[in-house]
Design a protein around this ligand. Structure first.
Ligand code: NAP
Length: 283
């Protein structure tokens, strides 16, 4: 049976470390503060907002929630981002993406000050991930995959890694971050041929597709580690990943569950980026 790589021990350890760093900032008169910006009532966004708020609350990070109607204009969204840029008490912004309007999303990303970009919205943070310079913050979910691998002592150097998904939020950045650690990467997408065969050959498989239980036994091999980034709802209305967990349990060496895997670590990484941003702004 596969080892289950749970997110909660990783998140708990990060939370403990961050609580101490938050206390230290507060003793110097700085309250680390996260702004969240949500447009509309997408249930996935509402649920992420609530877990981010809970995680920040545990650590002592203040949260300022901005909620705009689904038909908010690009000008209204960017005005809120400008106000966040100008507010010296705010250390980072989490904007729930994708926005209903792609152009509004692009404008919002271009408006945010890179110093408050804790989830890799701006081109300047993306450049940091793609050049490997370390400038800016990587996307929280991509970093959560790395934290999980590190916590469970899974070395990626020299390993074959298949990443399914090429979005700028997860697939591409996580591939770059793993390549920086000397993994050999294959980035797969909807036009990839022989996808199951590529995945079977991988030592580590990262699934970031957004299709419920898409990765079945045909994609898996013994000895493999699978990180399931997907958050989907199946036909029975149950939360599930991109991976058929019951197949993975029987076949591979280790797998992350959904829920309770990458998602659990993502909010802790978000909090880590807020604390780091507050520490940098203090300097
Ligand atoms: P996205 O922007 O929709 O990208 C999905 C990617 O999967 C695309 O590159 C797409 O290929 C590829 N894909 C779709 N169908 C495929 C197929 N049949 N075969 C191979 N590749 C296929 O999604 P995303 O924003 O990256 O999110 C991916 C998943 O992660 C979603 O389930 C999302 O809910 C989840 N997520 C999790 C967290 C977390 O904290 N755990 C955070 C954010 C998102 P093309 O480029 O060719 O279209």
């Amino acid at each position: 049976m596969a080892e289950i790589l749970k997110g909660s021990p990783v998140a708990t350890k990060l939370t403990e470390e961050l609580t101490l760093r938050c206390e230290s900032l507060k003793s110097k008169g700085i309250t680390p503060t996260l702004a969240t910006l949500r447009v509309g009532e997408n249930p996935g966004d509402v649920s992420y907002e609530s877990s981010a708020e809970k995680r920040c609350g545990k650590i002592g990070i203040a949260v300022r929630k901005i909620i705009l109607p689904i038909d908010a204009s690009p000008a209204e969204i960017t005005a809120n981002i400008r106000a966040i840029n100008a507010d010296s008490e705010i250390h980072g912004l989490l904007m729930f993406r994708p926005l209903p309007d792609k152009n509004a999303e692009r404008e919002a990303c271009m408006t945010l000050s890179p110093s408050k970009d804790i989830d890799c919205m701006t081109d300047s943070s993306l450049a940091g991930v793609f050049t490997g310079s370390g400038a800016g913050y990587p996307p929280c979910t991509a970093q959560a995959c790395i934290e999980l691998l590190d916590h469970y002592g899974i070395d990626v150097a020299g390993k074959n890694v298949a990443v399914i998904g090429r979005s700028l939020v997860i697939g591409r950045p996580v591939a770059m971050m793993l390549m920086k650690r000397n993994a050999t990467i294959t980035i797969c997408h909807s036009k990839t041929r022989d996808l199951p065969a590529i995945c079977r050959n991988a030592d580590i498989l990262i699934a970031a597709i957004g299709r419920a239980r898409f990765v079945d036994a045909g994609f898996m091999s013994p000895g493999q580690v699978i990180i399931d980034v997907g958050i989907n709802v199946d036909d029975d209305g149950k939360l599930c990943g991109d991976v058929r967990f019951e197949d993975a349990e029987k076949t591979v060496k280790a797998v992350t569950p959904v829920p309770g895997g990458v998602g659990a670590v993502t909010t802790a990484v978000l909090a880590k980026h807020v604390i780091e941003s507050a520490e940098h702004m203090k300097e």
